[in-house]
Write a protein that binds this ligand. Structure first.
Ligand code: C5P
Length: 406
C-alpha cells in the first residue's frame, strides 16, 4: 500500500529522533519516497546528514536557504505529500499544532497540508499524561489528525511509563493500514453511526460493582469498520482495556453504568442513521448504592436489584423511518425463538445472535461466530471469523437492508 507513496516525515526535538532513521529505511523499503523536515531542535538529536543520506533528499529546516534565498515552499510540500507523518512529535510541537502556531517549517507545512496527518508522540510519562497535552491531542484528533499512541516502557528520563514513541515497524504498519482504508469505498460517507460496546459496571458500594466479561472487542471492531466506510461514529463504551481508537472519525464516549450508557445513547440518537447495540449492558442494578464499603459479616447479605432500562428497546421505540437499530443476543437455549421475540419487543431491524456454547464465539476472544436473524424468520449463518471480519459481515447486512428499503 505504501509503494510509490510520497511521505513527508517531520522530526521534532525528542530523544526518539534516533528512531526516525529506521523509519526512513522501512518506508523506503516499502517503496515510498520520503522527504524529511526537521525542527531546529531536532538537529540536536539526529544529524541532517544522516537523514539526507537515508532519504536521498536534502533536509528542510528553514523557511529559506540563507546562502541563496531559495524558498522552501511549505504549500507545495504539503501538496506533494500523500501522508504527513510527524515522528517523534514532542509535547511542544503538539501544543503548537493544536493552536495553529506556525514558527517553523514542520508547523507551517502541517497547516497547509491537505493530506492525512499522523503524529507519533514521544515524551516523558508525566508530560504525556498532563491534562494540557491530553487536551492538545484531543484537539488534533478532532481536527482529523491520526494519533499513534505511545507505548509504555523505560523512558529517557530513567522513569517508566507511557510516552515511548511507538516502534518504527508499527508506525509503518499504521500508515499501511491507513492506505488500505483510504482505498476502500466510502459506502457510509455522510452517515452517523452509534455503537454501544463493552460491559457496564453497576456499583454496589464505593469499591464493588456488578459487571460481566465483555471485552468490548466486537463493538470496537464495528466502530472501526463503520469509520473505514466513511461514517462518523459515536462509540459509547463501558469500561474496557482497549486503546482509544486511532481513527479520527470515531468519537469515544466512555461511560460506566447502564444508566450513563442510556443517557449518552438517547442524547446522540436523533442525528443517527444506524445504531448498533453491541454492549453487554447489565440487566439489573442495585436499588441502593451503599455509601460506605459493605463490611464482611458472618451471615448472608441480601442485595436488592432493579432492572435497568433496555437501551436497544428505548432506541427501537424512538426509531424513525430512516433509522436502523440492530441488537445482539447471547442465548443459551431456544436461541432462535428467544432472539426473534427480542427483535419484535425491541423493534429492531435484525439481531446478531452469538452462541455461548460455540468454541471461539462470544465474550473476550478475537473471534466470533454469528447468525443474523430477521423478524420474518430469515437467518444468515456465518463461519467462525476474526471480529474485524464479523464486523464487515454485520455492516454489509445493514447496507443491504438500507439499499432494499430505498
Ligand atoms: O435482552 P437481552 O439483554 O438479551 O438483549 C441483548 C441486546 O439488548 C443487546 O443488543 C444489548 O446491547 C441490548 N441491551 C440494551 N440495554 C439493556 C440490556 C440489553 O441495550 N439494558
Amino acid at each position: 500500500m505504501l509503494k510509490g507513496k510520497h511521505i513527508l516525515l517531520g522530526i521534532t526535538g525528542s530523544i526518539a529522533a534516533y528512531k526516525a532513521a529506521m523509519l526512513v529505511r522501512l518506508l523506503s523499503k516499502a517503496g515510498a519516497e520520503v522527504k524529511v523536515l526537521m525542527t531546529p531542535m531536532a538537529k540536536q538529536f539526529i544529524t541532517p546528514l544522516t537523514m539526507a543520506t537515508l532519504s536521498k533528499h536534502p533536509i528542510l529546516v528553514d523557511f529559506y536557504n540563507p546562502e541563496n534565498g531559495d524558498w522552501n515552499n511549505h504549500v507545495s510540500l504539503g501538496e506533494w505529500a500523500d501522508y504527513y507523518l510527524i515522528a517523534p512529535a514532542s509535547a511542544n510541537t503538539l501544543a503548537k499544532m493544536a493552536t495553529g502556531t506556525a514558527d517553523n517549517l514542520v508547523l507551517t507545512t502541517y497547516l497547509s497540508a491537505r493530506c492525512p496527518v499522523i503524529v507519533a508522540p514521544a515524551m516523558d510519562f508525566a508530560m504525556f499524561k498532563h491534562s494540557t497535552t491530553q487536551q492538545n491531542l484531543e484537539i488534533l484528533r478532532t481536527n482529523g489528525v491520526t494519533i499513534i499512541q505511545p507505548t509504555s516502557g523505560e523512558l529517557a528520563s530513567g522513569l517508566e511509563g507511557e510516552g515511548r514513541m511507538e516502534e518504527p515497524e508499527n508506525i509503518v504498519a499504521c500508515l499501511d493500514k491507513l492506505g488500505q482504508q483510504s482505498s476502500k469505498k466510502k459506502t457510509l460517507a455522510g452517515l452517523k453511526v452509534l455503537i454501544t460496546a463493552g460491559p457496564t459496571y453497576e456499583a454496589i458500594d464505593p469499591v464493588r460493582f456488578i459487571g460481566n466479561h465483555s471485552s468490548g472487542k466486537m463493538g470496537y471492531a464495528l466502530a472501526e469498520e463503520a469509520a473505514i466506510r466513511g461514517a462518523e461514529v459515536t462509540l459509547i463504551s463501558g469500561p474496557t482495556h482497549l486503546p482509544t481508537p486511532e481513527n479520527s472519525k470515531i468519537k469515544l464516549i466512555p461511560v460506566t453504568t447502564a444508566d450513563e450508557m442510556l443517557r449518552a445513547s438517547e442524547k446522540a440518537f436523533d442525528n443517527i442513521t444506524i445504531a448498533i447495540c453491541c454492549a453487554a449492558v447489565a440487566d439489573f442494578t442495585p436499588i441502593k448504592i451503599a455509601a460506605d464499603k459493605i463490611k464482611r459479616k458472618k451471615n448472608e447479605v441480601q442485595l436488592l436489584l432493579k432492572p435497568t432500562i433496555d437501551i436497544a428497546a428505548t432506541l427501537g421505540k424512538k426509531k424513525k423511518k430512516n433509522q436502523y437499530v440492530i441488537g445482539f443476543a447471547l442465548e443459551i437455549e431456544n436461541e432462535i425463538v428467544n432472539a426473534q421475540r427480542k427483535i419484535h419487543n425491541k423493534n429492531l431491524d435484525f439481531i446478531v445472535l452469538n452462541f455461548l456454547n460455540d468454541n471461539g464465539a462470544g465474550f473476550g476472544g478475537d473471534t466470533n461466530k454469528i447468525t443474523l436473524l430477521y423478524e420474518d424468520g430469515q437467518q444468515k449463518k456465518f463461519k467462525l471469523k476474526m471480529k474485524s471480519e464479523v464486523a464487515k459481515d454485520i455492516i454489509n447486512a445493514i447496507e443491504c437492508l438500507m439499499t432494499n428499503k430505498k
